[in-house]
Design a protein around this ligand. Structure first.
Ligand SMILES: [Zn+2]
Length: 406
């Protein structure tokens, strides 16, 4: 009897180990619809700042929540790169996208320079449609990590040249950075290169509407992206026709449809830019814009709750923000009133000098420790099919495997 049991359990164990033998449950399969949102520079404290501001708006010290922080699963990801405690966006983007740590400034390659395969590429091969979007340039570090392979994230032109090779279905962003190569170079404009290689490049909504039914490969660029080397905040004078990040997600859904499975990566790229400058209110408003983009996915989830996975995470923190600073801490609310008044006065356009900005943060009791990135773990919020895999501690290089159900 003992022997029979032993043989039985041996057979059972080997059956489990060999997944082709067991009935691979639907639970192990990637979700049909996958949304991955990356708030560039959106660490725990940037999220806390935003929720503190929302609470202030309600006359409270706390309790207001961003929609995605209410997701049922909360994980936390280590972010260091191979060669630094503190990562950059390309190394973190590569870890998230490709499941491998790499050196800072490397993009889509491991620390030895070997090309890696991103989760988007794997899913594309499995029949998923892929949409990659950001409110910064489509050849910037985070979007680039999903399709490019370079040992230097500053090779914007080369990253842009890799875009058509991806075969992904939809891209959107503020522009194409360094569209003729670096200073002194005068290479074929990236948009014409990309068009020659099978994509339609549309600038603004009017061109999008005119072209969307006649192509199945689209690069949507903001209308203001026609100007070369666009490099400014949405709030700093983009053209009226330019669309918000949530509208980009809506556009992706419009273009990709829902008949076939899809993977959408959406980056809130300007959270990082605002936090590099230690601009408290700009950081908060960038996160509120990012939340609106996540909300489009939540609406989609509500229509397809069994088949949709939404992940919201960050590549790293930026600026070392803190709720509270200095020796003269007072038991009253953070001075969101001062920060808000300054933003209203300037209508988000006239920027304060670095000294004026620091003085304002000091008065508001909001601390910032650096103009660079920071090395603490970042949050990961998950909701939907397979979300439970993202509970607890993980490394940012674990995300790809968890998405794929490995
Ligand atoms: Zn940064």
């Amino acid at each position: 009897m003992k022997k029979v049991l032993y043989i039985f359990s041996l057979a059972f164990a080997s059956c489990l180990a060999f997944s082709g033998c067991s009935n691979t449950s639907d639970e192990d399969q990637p979700a049909k619809y996958i949304f991955l949102f990356i708030g560039d520079g959106m660490g725990h404290t940037q999220v806390s700042l935003t929720e503190s501001y929302l609470s202030y708006k309600e006359g409270k010290f706390g309790g207001e929540r961003l929609s995605f922080t209410e997701f049922p699963i909360l994980g936390t990801c280590e972010t260091h790169s191979v060669d630094y405690n503190v990562t950059c966006s390309s190394a973190a983007g590569t870890a998230i996208a490709c499941g491998n740590k790499t050196n800072n400034n490397y993009i889509g390659v491991d620390a030895d320079g070997k090309a890696l395969e991103s989760v988007a590429t794997v899913l594309k091969k499995e029949g998923y449609k892929v949409g990659i979007m950001s409110n910064v340039q489509v050849n910037h570090a985070t979007p680039g990590a999903f399709y490019a392979h370079q040992d230097d994230r500053n090779k914007y032109y080369e990253i842009g040249m890799e875009l058509p090779e991806s075969g992904f279905d939809f891209f959107a962003g503020s522009g194409l950075y360094k569209p003729r190569g670096h200073k002194g170079e005068n290479r074929e404009p990236l948009d014409s290169y990309i068009e020659r290689n099978g994509y339609e490049v549309c600038y603004g909504m009017e061109e999008y509407r005119g072209q969307k039914d006649s192509t199945d490969k689209m690069v949507f660029i903001q209308a203001s992206g026609r100007k070369e080397d666009t490099d400014f905040y949405v709030s700093d004078g983009r053209e009226e026709e330019d669309i918000s990040l949530d509208a980009m997600v809506t556009l992706a859904l419009d273009f990709l449809g829902e008949d076939e499975p899809f993977f959408i990566m959406c980056e809130g790229g300007e959270i990082d830019w605002a936090a590099h400058e230690n601009k408290t209110m700009e950081t908060v408003h960038q996160i509120l814009d990012f939340e609106k983009a996540v909300n489009v996915a939540i609406e989609f989830y509500n229509r397809h709750p069994e088949e949709t996975l939404i992940l919201v995470t960050a590549d790293h923190g930026t600026g070392g923000a803190a709720l509270g600073q200095g020796p003269d801490w007072r038991p009253e609310n953070f001075r969101w009133d001062l920060l808000e008044a300054q933003r209203n006065e300037s209508q988000g356009k006239v920027s304060l000098s670095a000294e004026e900005n620091k003085a304002l943060n000091d008065r508001a009791q909001i601390g910032w420790t650096t103009h660079n990135h920071t090395g603490e773990p970042v949050p990961l919020y998950a909701k939907g099919k397979g979300a439970e895999r993202f509970s607890g501690r993980m490394d940012n290089s674990d995300i790809k495997g968890k998405i794929l159900g490995e």
